[in-house]
Design a protein around this ligand. Structure first.
Ligand code: ZN
Length: 255
C-alpha cells in the first residue's frame, strides 16, 4: 500500500508543499517518519510562516513568524526531515498567480522529488473549518499545477535553465486531508513521533494533552477504516510520462 522503493544509495525523495507551519505534521508526518526510517530524504516548502495564527493582540506578526518557523524546524527534526524552506508569503492572503506557480516549480526543479505531498485541491466540501482554509485551497491547486505539467516541461519558466534548474517529472502526488482517499498508510509505529512533532507547535497548542487525544481519535478512526490501529490517508495520484505505462494503468483501472 505504501511506496517503499527507497534505499540508502538511491533514496526516495519527498517534497511537501504546504500553506502553514503545522499543516505537514497534521497531514502526513506519520507517513514521512516511516519513510525516513526506510531511507527517504524529505524537504518541506512552507508557503507562509503562519504569522496570523494568534488571538493575542500584543503578539507581532514578525515575532510570531519567527516563532512558528522555529517550531516547524523543531518538528521537522523530530520526523527526520532534511530541510524546511519558508517562502514567506503573507499568511491568509495567498492568491493563485503565475509568479507563485513559478516559485513552486523552482522548488520542485531544485529538490527533484519522486513524490510530492500537498493539500487536496479537489476538496470543496466546506464541512471543516481547518480543511477549507483559503490558503490550503490555493496551495493545493498551485502545487499540482507546478508539478504538472509546468515542472517537467522546459517551455514553462524557461528562465530556470539559466539558474541550472532543468525540467523534472514528479512521479506521484499524495494529497492529504482528501475527501476521497484511495491510500491508507499504517502509522502505528510513528504515531508518537507525529504527536511529538505536533507538540513542537507550542504557539498553536493551548492544551497538549487534548491535542494528543484529538490526534489519536482522528487517526485512529482513519486506521479503523482499514483494520489498522492508526492511519494517515491520502488521495494518491500517479503522474505518467510514458504512454505505454499510461495504457497499462488504463487497462488496470477498467479491470
Ligand atoms: Zn494550514
Amino acid at each position: 500500500m505504501t511506496r517503499q522503493k527507497t534505499n540508502r544509495k538511491n533514496p526516495l525523495r519527498v517534497l511537501v508543499i504546504s500553506a502553514h507551519p503545522d499543516d505537514v505534521d497534521f497531514g502526513c508526518a506519520g507517513t514521512l517518519a516511516r519513510w525516513v526510517k526506510e531511507g527517504a530524504e524529505i524537504v518541506y516548502a512552507i508557503c507562509t510562516s503562519g504569522e496570523k495564527g494568534t488571538d493575542d493582540p500584543s503578539m507581532t506578526n514578525e515575532k510570531l513568524a519567527r516563532t512558528r518557523e522555529k517550531e516547524q524546524r523543531a518538528a521537522a527534526k523530530v520526523i527526520g526531515s532534511r530541510e524546511v524552506i519558508f517562502l514567506r508569503k503573507t499568511d491568509g492572503e495567498l492568491q493563485y498567480s503565475l509568479e507563485f506557480r513559478g516559485e513552486l516549480v523552482r522548488v520542485i526543479r531544485k529538490f527533484r522529488p519522486d513524490i510530492l505531498f500537498t493539500h487536496d485541491p479537489a476538496n470543496r466540501a466546506f464541512d471543516n473549518q481547518y480543511l477549507f482554509h483559503a490558503d490550503h485551497r490555493v496551495v493545493g491547486e498551485l502545487a499540482f499545477d507546478a508539478a504538472y505539467p509546468a515542472a517537467l516541461n522546459h517551455n514553462f519558466f524557461p528562465g530556470h535553465l539559466a539558474e541550472g534548474l532543468t525540467p523534472h517529472a514528479v512521479s506521484e502526488m499524495y494529497f492529504f486531508a482528501a475527501a476521497q482517499p484511495n491510500t491508507w498508510v499504517d502509522i502505528e509505529s510513528t504515531l508518537n513521533q507525529k504527536i511529538k512533532a505536533l507538540s513542537c507547535h507550542t504557539s498553536q497548542i493551548k492544551d497538549p494533552k487534548l491535542m494528543g487525544e484529538f490526534v489519536r481519535t482522528w487517526f485512529g478512526a482513519w486506521g479503523k477504516e482499514k483494520g489498522l490501529a492508526y492511519a494517515e490517508r491520502f488521495r494518491r495520484l500517479q503522474i505518467f510520462r510514458d504512454p505505454a505505462q499510461r495504457l497499462r494503468q488504463l487497462k488496470k483501472s477498467l479491470g
